[in-house]
Design a protein around this ligand. Structure first.
Ligand SMILES: C[S@@+](CC[C@H](N)C(=O)[O-])C[C@H]1O[C@@H](n2cnc3c(N)ncnc32)[C@H](O)[C@@H]1O
Ligand SMILES: [Zn+2]
Length: 267
């Protein structure tokens, strides 16, 4: 498993009976759910960094109901068939990571997230514990070897340009998904007086754009439980007064999804 490197000394990590270790004997045990914790304590800037468990469970419930299925399918169709290694940055509970694994049956698929609760959920639902490896790690200090990934995906998560550049193979493909202008616009209108347009993504340093497309559609949610899940997984919706949240849950959501899918290669 030499795609992974030690987060402490940057040497390759090798599999052993308890998990993985480097030549400097830094040992990382496999948790019972199958994931690894590769986030050095000194890099944690809070006790439970990243999204909270409730948010991740809401995300799983909403995504598994298929509302963003069109995005999953579009992303699946973009995956080069010859992909051997893929890294999903900020994988959350792993909905899209599982989608990538489904269409790349030969590939080694990695998912990292800074939220342990997300990585735990993702690892529990991994189809193949050897080929689908999830780790708690920061996208600002990726525990992966230089030029180890054919594909890096980043769906609504932060990252550091220099780390993307270091980890991707010279011919690799970087896929970034960001919200576009009408994404959850009705909901945002209920919260903000002036709804700001989303920033258009620009190429990370060291990359050039090689494709971009927008995916838009209606987002109609009738079920109160799923409306509540959408509000819970959407940080800006937490600003809604409780009475308005209850009203939205009771009356349903009629909104739009709007994603920008941007593709990059190293320049
Ligand atoms: C909006 S969620 C998207 C999750 C997943 N990509 C999906 O679409 O279902 C953003 C994720 O980024 C993670 N995250 C935030 N900061 C991070 C960092 N520095 N390194 C890795 N993950 C991070 C959060 O914990 C959260 O799971
Ligand atoms: Zn080490």
């Amino acid at each position: 498993m030499n795609d992974l490197r030690c987060p402490l000394c940057k040497q390759p990590l090798y599999t052993n009976s308890q998990g993985m270790a480097c030549d400097n004997r830094h040992q990382f045990d496999r948790a019972k759910e199958g994931y690894f914790n590769l986030l050095p304590v000194q890099h944690k800037n809070s006790r439970e960094p990243g999204d909270a468990k409730e948010q991740l469970l809401a995300r799983r419930q909403f995504l598994e109901a298929g509302f963003f299925g069109a995005l999953k399918q579009d992303l699946q169709a973009l995956m080069p068939k010859q992909t051997q290694t893929l890294l999903d940055i900020g994988c959350g509970e792993g909905y899209f990571t599982r989608g990538f694994a489904e269409v790349l049956p030969q590939a080694q698929v990695y998912g990292i997230d800074i939220a342990k609760a997300g990585v735990r959920l993702a690892a529990k639902s991994a189809q193949d514990k050897n080929r689908h490896v999830f780790a708690v790690a920061s996208s600002f200090d990726l525990p992966f070897a230089d030029h180890s990934m054919d594909v890096i995906t980043r769906i609504y998560a932060p990252s550091k340009d220099a780390e993307l550049w270091r980890v991707i193979k010279p011919e690799g493909l970087l896929v970034i998904v960001t919200p576009a202008d009408t994404h959850l616009l009705e909901l945002r209108r209920r919260i903000y007086k002036d709804v700001r347009a989303h920033q258009h993504p620009s190429a990370p340093a060291g990359f050039v754009a090689c494709g971009q497309h927008r995916l838009q559609g209606d987002l109609i949610v009738d079920s109160p439980a799923l409306c509540a899940a959408l509000l819970a997984m959407t940080p800006f919706a937490w600003r809604l007064p409780e009475a308005l949240q209850a009203e939205i849950v009771a009356t349903g959501i009629k909104d739009s999804f709007d994603f920008m899918i941007s593709l990059y290669r190293r320049s």
